[in-house]
Design a protein around this ligand. Structure first.
Ligand SMILES: C[S@@+](CC[C@H](N)C(=O)[O-])C[C@H]1O[C@@H](n2cnc3c(N)ncnc32)[C@H](O)[C@@H]1O
Length: 257
C-alpha cells in the first residue's frame, strides 16, 4: 500500500510512556489518530481504535496495529456514550506545523517545493475544513478561536465517550512563537479540568533527538525541549453544558496567550 507520510506521529519514547499509562484491558480510542501509531500499544486484552479525519492517513492505521479505524471528526465520534475505557490522543499543538501558505499549494515542480514540514505539505492536498492542522494556531483572532473551540469540543466528546473511571491521556507540547513561550498545554489541562476531569499524572518527556530543535538551539534560539503527557480520570457523568463551558474557555484564554 502507498504510504502517506505524517509530520507529527508518536515517536518511540512517547509510545513507551503511553504503554505504561493505558489500562491493560479494554477499548482504547485515539480520535486524533493520524496514521494510527497508537496501534503499537496493542496487547491481548486491549482493543485499539483509531479515528482520523483524513482518509489517506486513517487508512494506514490497521497496518500500524490498530484493530479498527474510523474516518471521523473527533468532535462527533460515531461511538456510544460511556463505551470507551481510555481516550489516548495527541492533538495538533497550535504551532507552525498547521501553516497553510500559498507556496505549499504550488504543484511540486522542484525537489525544494513542499519541503516545509507541515500537515498540509505532508498530506499533499487540502485538508478537511475541521482539521485542526488546517491553519488553526495558537494565536489571537479567528484561527486561534477555531483551534480552541475544536479542542474544547473534542475534550467534551471524550467526556461523553468515556466510562466513569475511564482515562483521558493527552500528549501535547508548548512552543516558542516570536521568542515567547506559548503555554498551550496549560490551556488544555485547564479546559479538561473545567469539564470535570481530575488530573492523576503529568509527565515531561525530553525531545533530545529532534533535529529541528537542536538546530534552533545551535542558532541560539529558545526551544521547548520536552513533550508533556497528562492523565485525567473521568470521575462522574456530570458534564457541564457546552455553551457555558465555551463562554469560559474564551474568557480564560487570555491568561495563556
Ligand atoms: C498530532 S497529529 C496525531 C498523530 C498520531 N498520534 C499518529 O501517531 O499518527 C493530529 C492528527 O489529528 C488529525 N485531526 C485534526 N483535526 C481532526 C478532527 N477534527 N477530527 C479527527 N482528526 C483530526 C490530523 O489530521 C492529525 O493527523
Amino acid at each position: 500500500m502507498l504510504k502517506y507520510k505524517h509530520p507529527a506521529s508518536y515517536n518511540q519514547q512517547l509510545l513507551n510512556a503511553l504503554d505504561k499509562l493505558v489500562p491493560d484491558t479494554g477499548v482504547i480510542l485515539d480520535f486524533f489518530g493520524g496514521v494510527g501509531k497508537v496501534g503499537a500499544l496493542a496487547r491481548a486484552g486491549r482493543i485499539i481504535i483509531a479515528g482520523e479525519i483524513e482518509k489517506k492517513w486513517a487508512n494506514q492505521s490497521v497496518d500500524n496495529g490498530c484493530d479498527f479505524v474510523v474516518i471521523a471528526d473527533a468532535t462527533r465520534s460515531p461511538f456510544k456514550s460511556n463505551s470507551i475505557d481510555a481516550v489516548v490522543v495527541s492533538p495538533s499543538y497550535g504551532n507552525r506545523l498547521a501553516d497553510v501558505d500559498k507556496s505549499q499549494r504550488r504543484r511540486k515542480k522542484r525537489k525544494s517545493d513542499y519541503t516545509r514540514r507541515t500537515y498540509r505539505s505532508y498530506y499533499g492536498k487540502d485538508l478537511h475544513i475541521n482539521n485542526s492542522g488546517n491553519n488553526m494556531q495558537w494565536v489571537r483572532g479567528p484561527r486561534g478561536k477555531a483551534y480552541r473551540l475544536l479542542h474544547f469540543r473534542a475534550w467534551l466528546e471524550a467526556a461523553r465517550l468515556l466510562k466513569v473511571g475511564g482515562l483521558l491521556i493527552i500528549n501535547c507540547k508548548d512552543h516558542i512563537r516570536n521568542g515567547k513561550w506559548m503555554h498551550v498545554c496549560d490551556w488544555h489541562w485547564s479546559m479538561v479540568e473545567r469539564i470535570g476531569f481530575e488530573q492523576r499524572i503529568r509527565l515531561e518527556i525530553p525531545t533530545t533527538g529532534d533535529q529541528n530543535q537542536n538546530r534552533h538551539k545551535q542558532q541560539g534560539k529558545r526551544v521547548v525541549a520536552y513533550e508533556q503527557i497528562a492523565v485525567y480520570k473521568k470521575v462522574s457523568n456530570l458534564i457541564p453544558h457546552e455553551r457555558y463551558l465555551i463562554h469560559h474557555a474564551e474568557a480564560e484564554v487570555l491568561d495563556y496567550i
